[in-house]
Design a protein around this ligand. Structure first.
Ligand code: SF4
Length: 92
């Protein structure tokens, strides 16, 4: 599978249900560019928020963006897409 690093969302994969292997591959790819990713502390805090959010689907995917949260949460320039009240923010 070819992975589009810029925007892995449901439009980029055949299904919103993805395997652990693919998620691991995406995370590894994101970590190859340390300048664009958040610290482990921020990453884990973001994931904790997603894990307790009713919008998390299949344990992997945000219902609002269609993104795999374990991937999206890696990036400094991404924020929670919850309309009107993001649950986590971009990091400058
Ligand atoms: S990104 Fe935001 S809306 Fe989506 S699952 Fe995480 S906390 Fe919920």
């Amino acid at each position: 599978m070819t992975v589009n690093q810029k925007g892995l969302c449901k439009g980029c994969v055949e299904s919103v249900i993805v395997t652990e292997e693919i998620i691991q591959e995406l995370i590894k790819e994101a970590e190859e560019n340390p300048t664009v990713i958040v610290s482990d502390e921020v990453y884990l805090a973001r994931l904790k928020t997603c894990e307790s959010c009713p919008s998390l689907q299949y344990g992997t995917t945000c219902a609002h963006s269609g993104c795999i949260v374990r991937y999206r949460a890696k990036f400094k320039d991404k924020s929670c897409p919850f309309a009107g009240k993001p649950k986590w923010d971009k990091v400058s």
